[in-house]
Structure formats: structure tokens, C-alpha cells
Write a protein that binds this ligand. Structure first.
Ligand SMILES: O=P(O)(O)OC[C@H]1O[C@H](OP(=O)(O)OP(=O)(O)O)[C@H](O)[C@@H]1O
Ligand code: HPA
Ligand SMILES: [Mg+2]
Length: 175
């Protein structure tokens, strides 16, 4: 735990950008049954902050999926650890993620959720790392920040389950 961490995005930068995106979502979903789906564990900090800034009535549900284990490269196999509590039929679903990296998690999730007949399914991510995409392009409606190909920690993102609680986005420097 003596890692040296370089700050990539400060707490203030993140807060400002989340507010902007929340305002955009509030405009786009006015009058619709907006249903946020937080993808645990990584998406939890971003979802809470985003939901507080959206000025519409909304509902929330949580799904836990995992594909990374303790490494820094996607295994390619996405496991549902916890499914949604409620049906999404007829709802305007917005999936909220911390990061889209290889795209494996999101392309799998979109397929799974579309089979449950929602009115619409869109994606909102804190970070997008487009250089690492291995799957067909995942269409993202709301992106807070595009990041370079580095392994990122903080604000929900972990390295081997540690560092999720950093209030900023950072990168572990090689010692
Ligand atoms: O685009 P991908 O390459 O699929 O990577 C993105 C996903 O990987 C991480 O989750 P992880 O599977 O590590 O589980 P966690 O959220 O519980 O940390 C991250 O939170 C995203 O959900
Ligand atoms: O850069 C990352 N950091 C942490 N978890 C991740 N899961 C996918 N990409 C990343
Ligand atoms: Mg995740």
C-alpha cells in the first residue's frame, strides 16, 4: 500500500463534470420513467453522485457483474453476481458504469437487458478508454471523461479490490 499515485482527475473536476452530465440527462428524460441501473461494484460512487444531481423523479436498481478477477486485463467472461431486483419492462433504462474498457461487460449487459423489453436502454459512463476496445463499438450516450490506455484507480475503480474509496481518479506510478 506504499504505491505512489498520480492524480489524473481531481475531485473538483469530477464533481463539475458529473453535474453537467446530470443536467443533460435531466433535460433528455423529462416526463419519462427514468430507471438508473448501477453496475456494482465500480459504478457505485458515480451513480450516487449522478443521481443526486439529476433533477427528475427516478428509480434505481443494482446489478453486480465481474470479469476482471484480481488482474488488470478482462477475462472476457462476464459473470452476473447479483441480478436486478425489479423488472425493467417499459422503463427508460440508463446503465451507469464507472468505466468502459474492453467493452466486454457493457456489450454483454446490453444484450441481457434488451431481452427484458425495456422502453429504451442507454449508457452513461464516468470514464471511457476507447483505445482498449476489443468488442464491436459500444454506443455510449453520456461520457464524463475519455481516458488514455492506463490502468486507473479511484472513485469506484479498484486494483485487486483496493483504492475504490479514493475521492479522485488516479494511476499507480511504476516504482
Ligand atoms: O469494458 P470492460 O473491459 O468489461 O471493463 C469495464 C468493467 O470492469 C470493471 O468491473 P469489474 O469486472 O472489475 O468488477 P467491479 O466493478 O466489481 O470492480 C469496471 O467496473 C467495469 O464494470
Ligand atoms: O482501468 C481500470 N481500472 C480498474 N478497473 C478496471 N476495469 C476495467 N478497466 C479498469
Ligand atoms: Mg464494474
Amino acid at each position: 500500500m506504499d504505491d505512489k499515485i498520480r492524480v489524473m482527475l481531481s475531485e473538483e473536476e469530477i464533481a463539475t463534470r458529473i453535474k453537467e452530465v446530470a443536467e443533460e440527462i435531466s433535460r433528455d428524460y423529462e416526463g419519462k420513467p427514468l430507471h438508473l441501473i448501477c453496475i456494482l461494484k465500480g459504478g457505485v460512487f458515480f451513480t450516487c453522485e449522478l443521481a443526486k444531481r439529476i433533477s427528475l423523479p427516478l428509480t434505481m436498481d443494482f446489478m453486480s457483474v465481474s470479469s476482471y478477477g484480481s488482474g488488470t486485463v478482462s477475462s472476457g467472461i462476464v459473470k452476473i453476481i447479483k441480478d436486478l431486483d425489479d423488472p425493467i419492462e417499459g422503463k427508460d433504462v440508463l446503465i451507469v458504469e464507472d468505466i468502459i474498457d474492453s467493452g466486454n461487460t457493457l456489450s454483454y449487459l446490453i444484450e441481457v437487458l434488451k431481452q427484458r423489453n425495456p422502453n429504451s436502454v442507454e449508457l452513461c459512463t464516468l470514464l471511457d478508454k476507447p483505445e482498449r476496445r476489443v468488442k464491436k463499438q459500444v454506443e455510449v450516450k453520456y461520457t464524463c471523461f475519455t481516458v488514455p490506455d492506463e490502468f486507473i484507480i479511484g472513485y469506484g475503480l479498484d486494483y485487486d479490490q483496493i483504492y475504490r474509496n479514493l475521492p479522485y481518479i488516479g494511476v499507480i506510478e511504476q516504482q
